[in-house]
Design a binder for this molecule. Structure first.
Ligand code: PLP
Length: 498
């Protein structure tokens, strides 16, 4: 094959500069190429064989650091040495989120096309803070997020930007809410203004509380609304709380609806909440960080009915859309609201294109912007709309199958509905005292996790310790689910008699 770049060798250890000193610079091509090939081989084999690793890292705190030199080497080291240490010293400290039996928290996949996109983005190392910083960063982000918006069935007016995490996306959304609903705060801050209030269900993610604190409203700035038996926010309770706060002279600003809460993946009745937000002229933010991708599946779309009335929506492709962490999308119905909250352009960042092209630095706290859309675009292109729908549908099917096993097995109890792909349950054999149930279930979790074959996590619902299993990894097959259920039952028997 004709590979003219082979001949270029832009730098090599033997090269001298015009003063007769060795050329410094980066790793030379003759080292880089074999190293890159070795890494590419390792990555391919890792992704293919990740199921062979113990899913939960078995190291003890401090063990990884204890095996590594305390100081930087004076002389640079060959890549082979560090790559060997990566494999032998660092990999044991990895909990394998890409493992097919990773069922903890939210099960995710950094899919192969996404990993390839990430590798290329790292090589380009561009910063899309302003459009000219790399036009492709702004423009591919706009395009990929329009594709995703259409896939999820959101109206064309929504425009997105990519952030690192949903925690940042929600913070920015609530900052836009503050700007829109409490514009006086921009200049003078919150001092002297009536207390601002946001409303979210008692099941909302802690990132909402963090955002409210960070924006200066304090913990009193968030009021938690009770939920029904399925852990969904009660609209009448929301209305009552808003009225009460208005009566007390507070300033209601916004409502956060969660479509896929963290503990149980419950879905707040967003259409009703949107009606209430409108009635009181409040911002509506939708946290669909986990659940959002399911809107791609027609039969799941009704769960989202009404989300198009939101002012802002967060969806995390790095959760259930096969994109390597980090990639969180914030959709705004009116992106200008976000720009108003964050645009402050010093002279040295002024560019001639700023009136005709978006500068991503204007849509959040961060100035620098990674080329995150490349991995997302690769994922969307590689799997296609149908491939994504089918994969999400299969995860939901697996979760419902697991739920049906739990429902059908005496001694086991499901503790929440399963709208998506996460199942919350516990082992609750008859005549076991409630306090004992918590101990038994914690022990079941610890025991199955110790096997190294799977990793599950827990939550606490209405004071009860629950086991929690999330499906969402592209490599999870029915055999993995069968084995997980077998191990859970085996360890339940052992924990009961312990
Ligand atoms: N919102 C919900 C509903 C979540 O479940 C999570 C995390 O699990 C978050 C927000 C925070 O996500 P991130 O880690 O991207 O900040």
């Amino acid at each position: 094959m004709d590979r003219p770049w082979d001949e270029r060798h832009p730098m090599s250890r033997d090269e001298m500069d015009r003063n007769g000193r060795p050329v410094l610079g980066d790793m030379p091509l003759h080292e880089l190429r074999p190293a890159a090939h070795a890494v590419a081989d390792w990555v391919s084999e890792y992704l293919d064989g990740v199921g062979a690793y113990p899913v939960l890292s078995r190291v003890r705190p401090g063990e990884v650091r204890g095996k590594l030199p305390l100081e930087i080497p004076e002389e640079g080291e060959p890549f082979e040495d560090m790559f060997k240490d990566f494999q032998t010293l660092l990999i044991p400290g990895v909990t394998h989120w890409n493992h097919p039996s990773f069922f903890a928290y939210f099960s995710v996949t950094g899919s192969a096309p996404g990993v390839l996109g990430e590798m290329l983005a790292a090589a380009l190392n561009v910063n899309g803070m302003v459009w000219r910083g790399s036009p492709v960063v702004t423009e591919l982000e706009e395009l990929a997020l329009a594709w995703l918006r259409d896939l999820l069935g959101l109206p064309g007016e929504f425009q997105g930007t990519i952030n690192d995490t949903a925690s940042s996306s929600s913070l920015y959304a609530l900052a836009a809410a503050r700007e829109a609903k409490l514009p006086e705060a921009r200049k003078g801050g919150l001092g002297g203004l009536p207390g601002g209030r946001f409303y979210a269900s008692e099941q909302a993610h802690s990132s909402i509380d963090k955002a409210v604190i960070t924006l200066g409203f304090g913990l009193d700035g968030i009021r938690k609304i009770p939920t029904d038996s399925g852990f969904r926010m009660l609209p009448e309770e929301l209305r009552r709380a808003i009225r009460e706060d208005l009566g007390a002279g507070l300033r209601p600003l916004g409502v956060v609806a969660t479509l896929g809460t963290t503990s149980t993946t419950s879905v707040d009745p967003v259409a009703d909440l949107a009606g209430i937000a409108r009635e009181f002229d409040l911002w509506l933010h939708v946290d669909a960080a986990y659940g959002g991708p399911a809107a791609a599946v027609p039969e799941l779309r009704p769960l989202f009915s009404g989300w198009e009335m939101a002012d802002s929506i967060v969806v995390n492709p790095h959760k259930w859309l096969f994109t390597p962490i980090d990639c969180s999308v914030l959709y705004m119905k009116d992106p200008e609201e976000l720009r108003k909250a964050f645009s402050l352009t010093p002279e040295y960042l002024r560019t001639p294109e700023e009136d005709v092209a978006r500068n991503l630095m204007d849509y959040g706290v961060a100035l620098g912007r990674r080329f995150r859309s490349l991995k997302l675009w690769f994922v969307l292109r590689y799997f296609g709309a149908r491939g994504i729908r089918e994969r999400i549908r299969q995860h939901v099917e697996m979760a419902r199958e697991l739920a049906s096993w739990i429902d059908a097995t005496p001694g086991w109890e499901r503790l929440a509905p399963v709208p998506f792909s996460t199942v919350v349950f516990r082992f609750a054999p008859e005549e076991t005292p409630p306090g004992e149930l918590d101990r038994i279930n914690r022990e079941i979790m610890d025991r199955v996790n110790e096997t190294g074959e799977l990793f599950i996590s827990h939550t606490v619902l209405r004071g009860r310790f629950c086991l929690r299993m999330a499906l969402g990894n592209l490599r999870t097959r029915w055999e993995h689910l069968d084995r997980a259920w077998e191990l859970l039952q085996r360890e339940a028997r052992a924990a009961r008699t312990a």
